[in-house]
Ligand binder design. Sequence first.
Ligand code: BG6
Length: 521
Amino acid sequence: MNFSRENLDKYIDTVIKGQTSDLNVPVEACLVEGPVEPCTIVIFGATGDLTTRKLAPALYNLYLTGVMPDSLVIVGAARSEMTHIQFRERIKSAVNGMDMSKWDGFAKSLYYQAVQFNSADSFNKLSKALKTLEKDLNPKGNKIFYLAIPPSFYARTSEMLGNAGLSLESQNGNGWVRIVVEKPFGRDLKTASDLNKTLHKHFKEEQIFRIDHYLAKETVQNVLIFRFANAIFEPLWNRMFIDNVQIIAAESLGVENRAEYYEESGVLRDMFQNHMMQLLALTAMEPPSLLQPDFVQDEKSKVFRSLRPFPAHDSEEVLVLGQYASGTINGEPVAGYRQEPGVNPESVIPTFAGMKVFVDNWRWHGVPFYLVSGKRLAKKMTEIVIHFKKAPHSMFQGILGEVATANVLTLGIYPDEKVSLSFETKNPGAKVCLRSVRMDFNYRQDYAGPVLDAYEKAIMDCIQGDHMLFWRQDGVELCWSFLEPLLEDCENCADRGKRLLFYPAGSWGPEAANIFKSERS
Ligand code: BG6
């Protein structure tokens, strides 16, 4: 196991000598499982936003953490001409501010190859360049093609790779090839299924990794552990005890520099078709018999299949759409969505949605799931909140006029990475009064070792061929089937603009979204 000395020392100091008594947990077991095979990672879109903001820091941090294989080759591929040295400089500025003590070692694994996406010749040159690197650096023929490019280029790039023979795996089990696609997977059911067919022309299902970075967040992974590694919660996890579930992904950021993409997607495609559906599935699914990718995906798909279809028209009862107007975030004035650079000044794209969803099965019959996500809200906050039913009879009511508040279990995803349970206690004092208190667990409590962030975890899982935290195509298509009628209703109705409620940046969204709140216990 290639585990860095510094991290080991840190672990010994903080965990073994210090705060936790659980010495049976081997430190490396929490970072990676099994050996990490050598490989080449080709990043298409190497000069783009995703590479700069997420992939470069993630790859470098994996290197810093000491979990990367010894023979690692990273090839940036994009349209511009650039030397290897220039590419290294570019990546260096993307990781600016991180620990640079191992930069020189990492930089040696970085290479660049200009690629024109519609030129077969260009892909043949890439193939040749990879073969040369293969001879020199010996990544054993293992390759990952990471498509960090606009989704409209996915199909063509996958075809070009296939035509250049780059999707072929060697017969002897060495030399695997994988392709990573980022959401959005299509913009509706048909385009998602077309994309899948194109990918499958040259890649087998096990070679395809459909990334959703939410799944790789520590606290999102923890939802299944919390639910199924404890015996005390599961008996309560159903319509008998749960009144409603709220899944909230609030962001204070606006559209930033992604207007072109966002004008085509809006919050429903950007957040609901993927991240929100996954959070819902993890909360609502049945326990799989084993923690294996297909077993878990099967259970998620059952949840997606059980979603109650939205009414064909008049979805106002179950859906509130909003768009941010100008307002204040952290004391600073910010522009409204329509005033953001690149946004149509009359745009009717929603930046907020509140949705009431039912999972029509035995466990969840009649329990509403409220899904809320929006940009430019009061603060960044992602959480799953389980509102339990009130005590069936309040013996305090008649005597004290007090009503016992129902228990609330909060699974904080970000930035409060926590599990928190509220319950009623006696308020100290002679008089019998109730008070609500909270029992909190901070996810990082008693742990000071290294953690992989979402992109790091996703990249590592892809290198290790583990599909657990990626989408399976049936899930993608089931979610599109579920959301499509709603998208059609919103996008094709004559009063599209009227459906949209404006909310000031820095608020909690349109007031109408409070209809959900008033229904809460
Ligand atoms: C992305 C969306 O998938 O998730 C963005 O495209 C959004 O619009 C982001 O801001 C939110 O991710 P996180 O990890 O910051 O909650």
